[in-house]
Design a protein around this ligand. Structure first.
Ligand SMILES: [Zn+2]
Length: 402
């Protein structure tokens, strides 16, 4: 058994005093302003002068802004969250230049997440109490689960969601004991069931989701009817945000339990890369929601597999996983989406999704046998095609070449 040192975030709700809430609201506002001004400066430098501006330059800009009369209020909040905002912007640009993300966008007062990040110089952690810079009293945190023994946070992120709830996330060092598991599993993403496993198990969406989604639609309709900018509309918007928060909370809990179980039971987990599929499909609401769930599922699975020393294999969807018989390898001719089960020539009756999950597992195991972490490339398909083509001349022997 080995142990792995990891960085792990622990998130809790907290209840700020009036003064703390005001200080945090001010900080969120300054973080947003600094981020947007730095983004504007970087965009301008690039479009007008083809200059790349880096973090250090934006940091110098910030120092200058603080000295002006109009922006002197930036000095009233802790400087660390403002610096962190510039670092986040730097990361956004790095991702953009590496073609991993789109061009960074401005933070909006209404739509963007309200948050501020504090590093060790901007908070005090003593006797299990957390006090942020510019605050006299520690935060009133609800310790819903314990921090690891002796843990001490290196970064603290404070945020407020659209439903008005306050959260603090503490990034701590933790040690994970790695015990090998015996299982292997292929996982297929679906629409009617959230996931289907190669073991035949179907994982459904959280029990209340259908109900919650109806409530969400109802609340959204109610909000649309209210007069714009009125107190009634603000109340209706809060109601929408509350239902939304309930849905995302339940989904996250559900996915956490699910990924923890899958990683505990299995040494090798195989999933398919859905990014290719996402580019071609049309977007329905149900699809958008299931895609969001899948992305979250994959992110959780990736870091938990890493923590626990599991082998997570991502296969390209280069093979027809639904149409291929997992028993005999024959290819079914056509497979409309509404066909939930089918019978192969070999006599096997397949559940469409379970069969797909089994094929995904087989593809993943083939990849691991060839060498760790190697993904089947499109070239494999092409070489498969060319070997198929080589057979063609035989089939056409005797036909005169014109
Ligand atoms: Zn078959």
């Amino acid at each position: 058994m080995t142990a792995k040192a990891v960085k792990r975030a622990f998130k809790y709700r907290f209840y700020p005093s009036g003064a703390q809430a005001a200080e945090l609201a001010r900080t969120f506002g300054c973080v947003r302003l600094v981020y947007n001004m730095a983004l504007a400066a970087r965009t301008q430098a690039w479009t007008l002068r083809q200059e790349r501006v880096n973090y250090n330059t934006t940091s110098a800009l910030l120092t200058g802004w603080k000295k002006t009369d109009e922006l002197a209020f930036l000095n009233d909040v802790s400087s660390v969250p403002l610096q962190q905002a510039l670092r986040h912007l730097q990361v956004a640009f790095t991702n953009f230049f590496a073609k991993r993300a789109r061009y960074p966008t401005f933070k909006s007062k209404k739509r963007s997440r309200r948050s501020a990040e504090y590093t060790t110089s901007a908070f005090r952690w003593r006797d299990g109490k957390l006090t942020l810079a510019k605050m006299a009293e520690p935060l009133d945190i609800v310790w819903s689960r314990p921090l690891p023994e002796g843990a001490s946070p290196s970064t603290v992120t404070v945020s407020q969601d659209a439903a008005g709830r306050w959260f603090v996330s503490l990034l701590c060092d933790d040690v994970i004991e790695q015990t090998p598991a015996s299982g292997v599993v292929g996982i297929d993403a679906g629409l009617d069931s959230l996931l289907t496993l190669s073991t035949g198990e179907k994982v459904t969406n959280p029990r209340h989701e259908r109900c919650d989604r109806k409530a969400l639609a109802r609340a959204q309709r109610a909000m649309a009817k209210k007069e714009k900018g009125s107190a009634n509309q603000a109340r209706a918007r809060l109601k929408v945000a509350r239902v939304h928060a309930r849905i995302t909370d339940r989904r996250r809990d559900h996915l956490h339990k699910l990924t923890t179980r899958l990683v505990r039971e299995n040494q090798t987990l195989v999933i398919e890369d859905l990014t290719v599929r996402n580019m071609v499909k049309s977007r329905s609401l149900a699809r958008a929601i299931s895609d969001a769930a899948w992305r979250q599922f994959r992110t959780m699975l990736e870091y938990k597999a890493d923590w626990h020393g599991r082998n997570l294999v991502v296969v390209d969807r280069w093979f027809p996983s639904s149409k291929l018989c997992s028993t005999c390898g024959a290819l079914a001719e056509r497979m409309p989406l509404n066909m939930r089960s089918w019978t192969c020539r070999c006599g096997t009756v397949h559940d469409r999704d379970v069969n797909a999950a089994r094929n995904i597992l087989a593809a993943g195991q083939a990849v691991t046998a060839c060498g760790d972490g190697v993904r089947p490339q499109r070239g494999n398909l092409r070489s498969g095609q060319s070997s198929l083509k080589q057979e063609n001349p035989r089939a056409t022997t005797g036909i005169p070449v014109l």
